[in-house]
Design a protein around this ligand. Structure first.
Ligand code: ZN
Length: 86
């Protein structure tokens, strides 16, 4: 079965700076949206693949620090969809 290989083939720098990433905590379900340009600033080097980011990122909710699931928000062609999550 196919795993999420696209995350292992895409680097942060390959994405549009305005692209949004959605990080959903696997523990508590807390959802955090991060813009690619902001993520690059907070992760020096920015040669990270998305699956590495996913494995490094931690939930920001106080006291949780759970692992997160990373997803891309399609901001360009589905603005209504993104608006619902913002
Ligand atoms: Zn959490």
């Amino acid at each position: 079965m196919s795993r999420s290989n696209w995350k292992a083939e895409l680097q942060l720098r390959d994405l549009d700076g305005h692209q949004k990433l959605e990080l959903t905590c696997k523990e508590c379900g807390h959802v955090r949206t991060v813009v690619v340009s902001d993520a690059m600033e907070s992760m020096p080097g920015c040669q990270l693949y998305l699956d590495e980011i996913e494995s490094r990122a931690k939930c920001k909710k106080r006291g949780c620090k759970g692992h997160v699931r990373l997803a891309l928000l399609k901001s360009r062609d589905t603005s209504a969809f993104v608006g619902g999550l913002a």
